[in-house]
Design a protein around this ligand. Sequence first.
Ligand code: SAH
Length: 239
Amino acid sequence: MVRGLCIMLTVMLFQSIDAAAVLADMENFDRQRQQMVARQLRTRGIGSKRVLKAMRTVPRHLFVPEHLRDNAYADTPLPIGYGQTISQPYIVALMSEGLALEPGERVLEIGTGSGYQAAVLAEMGALVFSIEIDPQLGNRARTTLQQLEYETIRLKIGDGYRGWPEAAPFDAIIVTCAPEQIPEPLESQLAEGGRMVIPVGESLHQRLMLLTKQKGEIREQKIVDVRFVPMVDSHGKPY
Ligand code: SAH
């Protein structure tokens, strides 16, 4: 009887220490996230309330490998395994802002990676369609997004060069891997009035471009120079 009580008290003690540690971790990451938004995004001119709110909310540390969690809110891209990276927070914000999303709009993402960018778009109120060519990354992103209960994100494993014709047209398209030329299927799946943000060029010389479709015509505007992983086909050959 006394022994049973002791065991029960010990278990309760450990549970509360565990719970306290989890809570402290959450508060710590939350603080880092608010600082990331204030120091890396607002000071560099990200003004969209929707983007800032989304990036204040999405737990970026849950999208990076466990041993890199303490760096999740740093001003840098991070490896996510399989030779791929999650973009620097500022680039995620800049691309998201360029899409000028309204709640309920349909957005196509090429290059799901960790799923972080998709979560930011969902948090902005969009219905997200995201394609990842690497099945291991795609499946891991699916698990993460399910655990976080993002229900407005559809994932597909496949080659995003061809877009997602069955779900087109899209109000916005975001490409997070770089082809040398803008893929024609993506241009044609953009709705009238639609916006596309895409890095274009060879591995070391890419331009982040904003495309807008007006009366069937595409207008192009350069945003900034960037460095993304290449868009590849199913044999790993760059487009
Ligand atoms: N947006 C991601 C980061 C993407 S990194 C995030 O938030 O974490 C670029 C991703 O594009 C990689 O995961 C890579 O596997 C994927 N990719 C490369 N070529 C592709 C293609 N043709 N179709 C779909 N995904 C592709």
